[in-house]
Design a protein around this ligand. Structure first.
Ligand code: FDA
Length: 516
């Protein structure tokens, strides 16, 4: 608890901080040799750490082993008028977990990552600093017939993922990761540790999809495990433009959300080398699927509902659920499960992403123009994740994540680049914004909805002071629709001074703030 006495004087007393750090190994000042490595350790989008233009580096990085160290970090930061950032897996698309425009300290939860499975009750307690891969691995070590419905990339952190919603291949059967959270421990702005009962249902609602960083630091989550069959089936069938990809994707839009809940078929569109002409590029659609059952049940389903794809037995592989996790993450079937424990992502790169929700099928002519635009860029993806099933059964207001019935699928657009620089990033950002504009007539409107976990600062950023609620509504209703107001009311109750703030944090609802 005592470290913040030193942290208080960081400018003048750097040496003291370093000595202290050596003893306790939880505080790293910029003089520490570990600091640069730690800062970059889990960032996914190197655009931010190397950019000194729009953000500062943390004055200190704190890597707590115990909740008391987080309590101290919060109180110390507050006392000295600094800001605080919390990072679990570091996958925030805009780097908001580790960058800030004003002096701040970074609390990195990398050391708080235990997973405690209770198979008898079919629940687990998982700390925020664990990754999805660590969670999936721990479940698989205990049971072959349990899993958890969360995202596809194993290096994503639990803290950001669950607090922003979180979905993956079992979304149509079991909903979001956040739908399967039943308790949590959070440290609030006063340093109090609160579980569900103590924090109350409003705050517990807010942290399951409203973004945790606006409300406190979430230490751990109690989750419901779900049953998975001992054998599941996966397939990936790819078709290029020349092989009728547009017609197939067009057809997919009518059926993917209505299929059996056990069947998840997403589409990944990307530009690739043309196999028939090495010098040319083409666009390819990959139909990438998990079926929660065996091949002999999958084939009749596919033949009946999506015969146009021409799925063959040879395209499919039966495996365990945990092997399917490796498959979707891009590993080989025979890779050891331990690859899930690797916190280094396979996907680190400079990138910009945006998201949409489609409520009507895009006509073939629209798809054709989108794909023509793909050929203008080098590394681009459009990932379409089907909704329906369980997502239709959950009311929009159940959790802050409102994108339920009425959505055919979620779209994520992603452009990546290898050589960074102001010119390069401007070019790619410009292209992405053009594509997004082009998509306007085809996707949800009023609001044009977006997914918080695919954070996009183009949607708007916070202003200052009393106006921040109305200003923030510009981006807030896109992520949360009518739930935005309730989030702001909760914020007004638990953090009326808006201590926990960032470019896209929930502002306190003004009436409540004034009424205090
Ligand atoms: P990070 O640590 O950057 O945190 C993200 C946000 O949550 C920040 O605002 C941070 O301050 C806050 N936060 C983190 N821990 C907190 C805590 N303990 N308490 C309070 N606030 C906290 N999504 C999805 O739904 N399905 C998917 O399949 C994927 N796949 C995917 C792949 C790759 C390569 C990337 C980069 C991202 C995804 N995502 C995803 C998006 C992912 O769910 C999203 O970026 C999460 O917010 C990441 O959580 P982290 O803890 O890793 O991020």
């Amino acid at each position: 608890m005592g470290w913040f006495k030193f942290a208080n004087r960081w400018g003048q007393k750097a040496q003291t901080i370093i000595d202290y750090t050596k003893t306790f190994e939880i505080i790293y000042s910029s003089n520490s040799s570990s600091y640069p490595h730690l800062l970059q350790s889990s960032e996914q989008n190197p655009r931010w750490v190397n950019s000194s233009r729009s953000s500062l580096k943390p004055l200190l990085i704190v890597t707590p082993f115990h909740e008391s160290e987080i309590q101290a970090a919060i109180l110390c930061t507050k006392k000295h008028g600094l800001q605080i950032r919390v990072r679990s897996g570091g996958h925030d698309y805009e780097g908001l977990s580790y960058r800030c425009k004003t002096p701040f300290i970074l609390v990195d939860l990398v050391n708080l990552r235990s997973v405690d499975i209770n198979l008898e009750e079919e629940v687990a307690w998982v700390q925020s600093g664990a990754t999805l891969g660590e969670l999936y691995y721990s479940i698989a070590m205990e049971s072959k017939v349990h899993g958890f419905p969360a995202g596809i990339c194993p290096s994503v952190g639990i803290g950001g993922h669950l607090s922003g919603g979180g979905f993956g291949t079992m979304l149509r059967k079991h909903g979001l990761a956040a739908d399967n959270v039943i308790d949590a421990y959070l440290i609030d702005v006063s340093g109090r540790i609160l579980n569900r009962e103590l924090m109350g249902e409003d705050l517990f609602w807010a942290i399951r999809g409203g973004g945790g960083a606006s409300f406190g630091i979430i230490l751990s989550w109690k989750i419901k495990l779900v049953r998975v069959p001992p054998t599941v089936t996966v397939f990936t069938v790819s078709r290029s433009l020349e092989q009728g990809a547009i017609e197939l994707v067009h057809r997919w839009q009518y059926i993917a959300h209505e299929l059996s809940e056990d069947l998840f078929i997403r589409v990944i569109i990307q530009d690739v080398d043309d196999p028939n002409n090495g010098a040319a590029r083409t666009v390819q659609a990959a139909f990438n699927s998990l079926f929660l059952g065996k091949l002999d049940c999958l084939m009749p389903l596919m033949n009946q509902s999506f015969p146009e794809l021409g799925l063959k037995v040879d395209n499919c592989t039966e495996m365990t659920w945990i092997e399917s996790v490796l498959y979707f993450a891009g590993y080989k079937k025979d890779d050891p499960l331990e690859v899930l424990l690797d916190r280094n992502t396979l996907y680190k790169s400079y990138f910009k992403a945006k998201s949409d929700f489609a409520q009507e099928p895009i006509p073939e002519v629209g798809l054709r123009v989108i794909w023509e635009r793909f050929l203008e860029e080098e590394i681009v993806f459009m990932i379409m994740d089907p909704y329906g099933g369980k997502m239709n059964e959950i009311p929009e207001s159940e959790l802050p994540f409102p994108h339920r019935r009425g959505n055919l699928y979620n779209v994520q657009y992603l452009v990546k680049w290898v050589q960074n620089g102001v010119k390069a990033s401007k070019k790619h950002l410009h292209w992405m914004r053009m594509l997004y504009n082009y998509m306007t007539p085809y996707v949800s409107a009023s609001p044009r909805a977006a997914y918080l976990n695919y954070r996009d600062l183009d949607l708007g950023i916070n202003g200052k002071g009393e106006e921040s609620y109305s200003g923030a509504s510009v981006w807030g209703v896109k992520y949360f629709k009518d739930n935005f107001k309730r989030l702001a009311i909760v914020k007004g109750r638990v953090d009326p001074e808006n201590f926990l703030r960032s470019e896209q944090s929930i502002p306190p609802y003004p009436a409540l703030k004034k009424g205090r």
